[in-house]
Design a protein around this ligand. Structure first.
Ligand SMILES: [Zn+2]
Length: 329
């Protein structure tokens, strides 16, 4: 069994897949559970739940994993050298991994942190010889975080990074007759839409030349920056020139944070920047939280013929158990 994600490996999706805990927030306890579980591969972010920084007991538990026979890897190079002989814990950043968009613009991050596709390929390589087969869950978790922050560039580039991970999974499955790939999401989020306006195509195309996410912009603006500095920073990061009045509004927003998204850990004015952005890229957002929309579900490989056109999300659980041969219906 393996889980791979771009958010902390102790976060809700991998933890919900592999352990029982009465509160998703107990990520330090979830990290402890992983030690008992002895999975094949767990890779993502979340160092702070292992090294003591955010643990109630302040303990560094990485040595416990090593002592229990795990390979513990902390950067891309170490990951590439792994062999399939031991269970693997890969933790590549303090909290979530960087957004792909910011990572592509930073050589140091590109060298250190593997992409979702690279982690996926590694996990498959490590488990493909398991004699009873394997189950791997791959989560593009930061797509969700980008949506909570109304961060259009971050969202689109992380979604593309997820597509690459899908490609890696399908490349493995297409040469086999015993593998099922399921691609879906647990919910919609914040509902961004491309809304028609003058020059909408050119505006949307600007995103292709973005260098950085809104998160990067907002982390680099200081509340006492000048309007000109804010305008310059956004121009550098995303290629359009906001108005003086908008820069002023954004700076002012640093002192009032009523519109935080769920993972807005740094208390930055994400909502205000997204609203300023609307007229430059034509992307508008409905909110900053999960939605009740229908979501896409697609499958590749064996057992796909049993898939009805519409399925309730909890029904997918038994479907997967059945496909994996765990549950006979
Ligand atoms: Zn979410």
């Amino acid at each position: 069994m393996g889980c791979v994600t771009t958010v902390p490996i102790t976060h809700a999706t991998p933890a919900g897949f592999s352990v029982n805990m009465n509160n998703r927030g107990l990520q330090d306890k979830i990290a402890d559970k992983y030690l008992e579980l002895r999975f094949d591969v767990m890779m993502g972010g979340g160092q702070e739940y292992f090294d003591g920084t955010k643990r109630s007991d302040k303990q560094d538990i990485f040595p416990n994993f090593k002592a229990a026979g795990f390979s513990v890897v902390r950067n891309k190079k170490e990951m590439e050298l792994l062999e399939a002989s031991q269970p693997v814990l890969g933790v590549f950043s303090k909290a979530g991994l960087p957004f792909s968009l910011d990572q592509h613009s930073d050589k140091e991050l590109t060298d250190k942190v593997p992409s979702l596709a690279e982690m996926t390929e590694t996990a498959i390589d490590l488990m493909k010889e398991n004699k009873d087969g394997f189950v791997l869950q791959v989560e593009g978790g930061k797509v969700d975080w980008a949506a909570h922050a109304n961060d259009t560039g971050a969202l689109l580039y992380d979604q593309m990074a997820f597509d690459k991970a899908v490609e890696a999974a399908i490349r493995f499955a297409e040469n086999r007759n015993d593998t099922l790939v399921i691609i879906t999401t647990d919910h919609g989020n914040a509902n961004p839409g491309l809304i028609k306006s003058k020059n909408v195509n050119q505006k949307f195309d600007l995103i292709q030349s973005f260098k950085h996410s809104n998160e990067w912009i907002l982390n680099h603006i200081k509340p006492n920056d000048t309007n000109a500095a804010v305008i310059e920073r956004i121009k550098y990061a995303q290629g359009y020139t906001i108005e003086e009045e908008e820069a002023k509004l954004l700076l002012k927003a640093y002192s009032s944070f009523e519109n935080d998204g769920l993972y807005n850990a740094y208390k930055l004015p994400f909502r205000q920047l997204a609203q300023i952005q609307e007229k430059y890229i034509s992307v508008y957002w409905a909110g900053m939280n999960h939605s009740a929309d229908f979501v896409a579900l697609s499958m590749f490989g064996v057992e796909t013929e049993a898939l009805p056109p519409l399925i309730k999300n909890y029904e997918l659980h038994n479907y997967m158990l059945q496909a994996a041969g765990v549950l006979k219906l």
